[in-house]
Structures are given as structure tokens and as C-alpha cells.
Design a protein around this ligand. Structure first.
Ligand SMILES: [Zn+2]
Length: 473
């Protein structure tokens, strides 16, 4: 998966190589160390001595296997421990740890005030380097979190933005990203950069990649792969990895560090609403933190990275900019209130929520608004709601101890970083999947799917909220 689509990380072949080398190392080490010691200490062996020796060897073999396993896992995949996904309810804890490295963002200097641009505030460094001059539009937007070193992957504008201490330093153009909507699409959310590798080869076919930096699991940021004879892989298809032109990849490789905070997202700069529809939040102050069908890995195995190890996001997560002033949630269309759900043991992790019933093309379609911080008092089950009407405020409810059970204390954190609207469009007024489906959640438990599905959400009665509400985005 992931770059597997680039034919670069084939896991089955990788694991074969991995097994071979692991066994070789174990054999050699045992031969050199174990047998010799056996004859010294147990030359005139008693039965107990032999048993004791065997137990010690078993412990040694286990330790060696673990060591060899991690070394060769690293060799093949750059280690699954790196490139963490820190989105969703799993995010709070790790997000906090990212922030440990951050410092207070200084007030950005305004260097564009002399120009006729309407830049109210300026988030660019005075030495900022733009790939194109038009990238100066990013100067008016604050970075999406307060990490000291932050890379933003702006999938709407095909740019990577590098922020230092809250100020934009550089923009890098993205050459290719995965097609919209496929299950192995470039993940959106919060991440930390994983390992970096200057050059490596696919274990399946002789395709080389250079200056690769791990974003998340098998998803990398790297140059455009090339064949053994030096010719470029001409397919523009990317299995979710982000491909940069060679000089750009080199620059990104040199500028980035393992552990750097990353936010991968879409924005609403080009958004056009469909007739009769309303944005669920003030889109000039919100961004897409996790898109529909975005992959989330919930099963970690040593050397496998398969489709079934991922669940897919069934909704759309919209997060406010740090300086957002309008945190209201609005009805996406006219309808009636079908359900009002309050944060508690029955909320399945979605917290305070509202489900509205809309009639679209003579069919009932339901919109679900989750993690609300506040539900408007005027809403009553059965009451009419007009499109664009306020129904509440965004929040971070549902991240308590009821469902996910992860984090330091067995509950999720409920930090400000988790504040977002989780919006679903579905064919039934239910909290979870309209069609029966089982999901492995981050705690490892298998449960009914809520907010996620085991495969493309469209198979389980969900619709992509972006394409449902917007003509263009
Ligand atoms: Zn969500």
C-alpha cells in the first residue's frame, strides 16, 4: 500500500529478504558464542546444567530475533515506529509531545505592508523563499499549529510550506500526489516526519528513489523514481506518496528533520457551494484536517502493511485556524432535526452530536455533526432547521474515557488541538455505519465501526461530504 503503488515497497518480497538475513545473523551469532560457552561451563554436564543452558539460549535467541527483526525491518520499511499518525482521537497525546519542542510564537513582522496587498497580518519570515511569487498569498494565513519546526502539506495548492517559529521560510512545489478519493490517498492530519533515506531500491523491480522522507507508515515524500538505466518512471500515478522534482526533493530532504511536525490538509480557497447547500463552518477560517476515505493504520505488524491494516475515515474533519473567530457549526441544507446526542457512554466517541434529515432528490439523506462543544438550545427533535442556520459550536467532545481508551490514563486527551467538526453524510440516521461493519480501533479492539469503515465508506452507506456540498473545492 502507500508507496506500494509506486512499486517501491513490496512487502511480501521485503519480508522474504528480511527473514533470510535475520536467520543468518542468528545462526552466526549462536555458533560463535553459544556453543563455545556450552562446552566450557557444562563440560561434565548435569541434567540441570543442560536445562539451564537451554533456557539461557532460548532467551538469547528471543533477544537476537527481536534485535535482528528491528534492524531489518528498519532496512526494509524505515521502521513502522516512525512517521506516526497523530490525527483523530489518537492525536492529543502525541500532539502535546510535539508542542514540547515549540516555543511561543512571536508576533509576525509585517514586511508586505508597503505593498498594495491586503495582508492584514504577516506570517512570512523576512527572508522567505517562494517557489512562485504568487505563494506570497500564504503570508496572510497563520500556520496550523504552534510547533517550532512545522511542515504543512497543502494538497489543495500542491505546495509544502516550511515554518520556523511561526514564520513561513520556504515553499516547495509538489509534482504529483495520489488521485483524489482513492483509499491509499496521501493521508491528511497531524504527523511527525519519520526516517530519511538518501537512496534505495525497490525489492521487486529495479526502481530507485532518492531523498525520501517518511510521512506516515509507507507514505513517503521523495523524488520522482527512476529505472536502473536512469530513465524516470513516467507514470504520474502515485500510490499516495508525494513526489517532488529532483532538486526540490533534495532541498526538502536537506531542510527536514526526523520528528518535525507535519500537518497535511486541503483548504477551501477554490470552494464553490452547490445550489441550496451551505458550508458547515465558516470556510474562510477552517481547513480540512482529515478528508473522507483517508487511511488510518490501526494494526501494526512487523513487515506487513496491507489494506486490512487500515480503516478509512467515513467523514470530513474541519478544524479552525488558531485565530478563528467564528466557531459556529451551520446546517448544510434545510431539514429537520432527527437526533440530538449528548456526550456519554452511548456516543461511541463522537461526543455531542446532531443528526439532520434532508430531502435530496426525493430521498432522505442525513448529515451528522459530531464532537460539538455546544448544541443550540433551539434545536428539538422534529423541528425545522434552515440551511445555514447555526446548530452549535465546534468542540472536542467524545474524546473522553468512553470509547477509544488510549493515552496516558486510558482516556484520550481533550486538548484544544482536537477541536474540530466531524461531519458525515449518510443514508441512515445512526451514529455508526448505516451498514454492518467491524473495525479495529487504535486500541486494538474490534468493534462496530463509528466514524470509520473497514473499506471505502461508500460501500457502507456514506457519501463524501466535500463532493456532496461543494461543486468545486
Ligand atoms: Zn473525523
Amino acid at each position: 500500500m502507500g508507496c506500494g503503488g509506486d512499486f517501491v515497497f513490496d512487502n511480501n518480497h521485503g519480508s522474504f529478504v528480511f527473514h533470510f538475513w535475520r536467520l543468518l545473523i542468528i545462526d552466526a551469532t549462536l555458533a560463535a558464542w553459544g556453543y563455545k560457552r556450552f562446552f566450557y561451563s557444562c563440560g561434565l554436564c548435569s541434567f540441570l546444567c543442560i536445562i539451564g543452558w537451554m533456557i539461557k539460549k532460548i532467551i538469547l535467541i528471543v533477544i537476537l530475533m527481536l534485535l535482528a527483526g528491528s534492524v531489518f525491518l528498519f532496512h526494509r520499511t524505515f521502521s513502522y515506529e516512525q512517521g506516526k499518525n497523530i490525527d483523530l482521537s489518537t492525536s492529543a497525546l502525541i500532539y502535546d509531545s510535539i508542542n514540547l519542542a515549540s516555543t511561543t510564537t512571536s508576533t509576525p513582522e509585517s514586511i508586505f505592508t508597503q505593498q498594495s496587498q491586503i495582508l492584514v497580518s504577516n506570517y512570512c519570515d523576512s527572508n522567505v523563499k517562494f517557489y512562485e511569487n504568487s505563494d506570497n498569498k500564504f503570508c496572510s494565513l497563520p500556520p496550523k499549529n504552534h510547533a517550532f519546526r512545522l511542515f504543512e502539506i497543502n494538497l489543495s495548492d500542491n505546495r509544502i510550506l516550511f515554518y520556523l517559529n511561526g514564520l513561513l521560510q520556504k515553499t516547495y512545489p509538489i509534482a504529483y500526489q495520489a488521485a483524489y478519493g482513492v483509499w491509499f490517498q496521501t493521508p491528511t492530519g497531524y504527523f511527525e516526519l519519520g526516517v530519511k533515506k538518501q537512496k534505495f531500491m525497490s525489492s521487486v523491480i529495479p526502481v530507485f528513489m532518492e531523498n525520501a522522507v517518511q510521512l506516515y507508515e509507507d507514505f513517503f515524500i521523495h523524488n520522482i523514481p527512476y529505472w536502473k538505466d536512469g530513465s524516470k518512471v513516467d507514470s504520474q500515478f502515485s500510490g499516495g506518496c508525494i513526489r517532488l522534482e529532483d532538486p526540490v526533493a533534495l532541498e526538502f530532504y536537506n531542510d527536514s528533520q526526523k520528528g518535525d511536525a507535519v500537518v497535511s490538509y486541503l483548504n477551501f480557497d477554490k470552494a464553490v457551494l452547490k445550489n441550496g447547500f451551505y458550508a458547515p463552518v465558516n470556510i474562510s477560517q477552517f481547513w480540512v484536517r482529515q478528508r473522507y476515505n483517508s487511511p488510518l493504520k490501526t494494526v501494526s505488524k512487523w513487515y506487513e502493511d496491507k489494506r486490512e491494516n487500515y480503516i478509512q475515515h467515513a467523514g470530513l474533519d474541519l478544524a479552525p485556524y488558531p485565530n478563528a473567530t467564528d466557531n459556529y457549526v451551520y446546517a448544510i441544507a434545510t431539514g429537520t432535526v432527527e437526533k440530538i446526542i449528548y456526550n456519554g457512554s452511548q456516543d461511541a466517541g463522537l461526543g455531542n452530536g446532531v443528526i439532520l434529515n434532508h430531502l435530496v432528490d426525493k430521498k432522505n439523506v442525513y448529515s451528522l455533526y459530531a464532537h460539538l462543544g455546544l448544541i443550540d438550545d433551539s434545536l428539538k427533535v422534529g423541528s425545522l432547521v434552515l440551511g445555514g442556520q447555526k446548530i452549535g459550536k465546534v468542540g472536542n467532545t467524545g474524546y473522553g474515557c468512553n470509547y477509544w481508551r488510549i493515552g496516558k490514563d486510558g482516556c484520550d486527551e481533550t486538548g484544544e488541538a482536537d477541536t474540530h467538526l466531524h461531519l458525515e453524510i449518510k443514508e441512515a440516521p445512526v451514529l455508526g455505519s448505516p451498514k454492518s461493519d467491524k473495525c479495529v480501533i487504535p486500541s486494538g479492539k474490534i468493534t462496530d465501526c463509528v466514524g470509520y469503515t473497514s473499506d471505502n465508506p461508500v460501500l457502507f452507506g456514506y457519501t463524501d461530504p466535500l463532493t456532496f456540498i461543494f461543486d468545486q473545492f
